[in-house]
Design a protein around this ligand. Sequence first.
Ligand SMILES: [Zn+2]
Length: 372
Amino acid sequence: MPDASALARRIGEVALIDQHVHGCWLQPPDRHRFENALNEANTELTDSGFDSQLGFAVRAHCAPIIGLAKHVDPHLYWERRSEFSESELAEMFLRAAGVSDWLVDTGIGSDVADVAKLSALSANRAYEVVRLEQVAEQAAQAPGDYASAFGEILHSRAAAAVATKSILAYRGGFDGDLSEPSAAQVCDAAGRWRDRGGTRLDDRILLRFGLHEALRLGKPLQLHVGFGDRDCDLHKTNPLYLLDLLRQSNDTPIVLLHCYPYEREAGYLAQAFNNVYLDGGLSVNYLGARGPAFIARLLEMAPFRKIVYSSDGFGPAELHFLGAQLWRNGIHRVLRGFVDNDDWSEADALRVVDLVAHENSARIYRLGDRWV
Ligand SMILES: [Zn+2]
């Protein structure tokens, strides 16, 4: 029987701020590329992407958006999907997500929607998140002193952006020294990197320099944590390795993204540090029917004013929608249990839904200043 409670209604209708997302495709993929986009970790997928939690979730939740029955056969899903242009699919899925604001990491993908296009396709607001490693690559190609060039590019790009982001997880991970390097160390390291061509930053000194520049900038700093593709040294992305950095950080908000399988460690850090926040995007999509258990773990240690929503959609617009749909289903399942057991009042559950859906992100990213 459908749940007609105030909680179910609120969860179904609440506007989301998707605080970590990328562009969606603008050109149709072939079937292999589409199925590959249903798999994050394997960069050389040879088997079907549909036979997974995410693949089942696409058939369950995305099929009705394009006029199919739930759980439709993968082949029929693909055939039906192919009847639409990528822009038509994006309009349908982005608008069905119920997202009012997209915070877009523009650091990957040359053939995906940019911030303005995502805003147009979704008929809603979108803002840029600046990737630090991309700023570094731009500074490596700029004339003159590297540190000055980095600072100038960062400040000019960040002026219109809402946050910065680092993929240190993909560039050696979090273990080891993350203190601020000296100016001389930065100058030497930049010289060596420029001599090597100045592409794909993996120099630890320059990565550390970028992090501390971002902390000084003061806009929220997003960090990829945990789950990613096989390039990511997963065992070195346990966020507990960030303890020293967090102890040195000022009050710049630090948002831990994805977090699986370290969501409990990340939740602890969100409790331990005033400036640390917890996000479970990407993981929720990949966990599909197991999403509620993950969402329940996000609600263990982290204070409720420190948890934020994202989809981490990238590529097929299904993923931007699915993040929202699975989050709504999952948080409903979890909070319904809390309320039915009389551990929480329904009023408290409603308030937590609003916090995680949009209020926390609106506060952290100061979006209210942009809405007026
Ligand atoms: Zn991402």
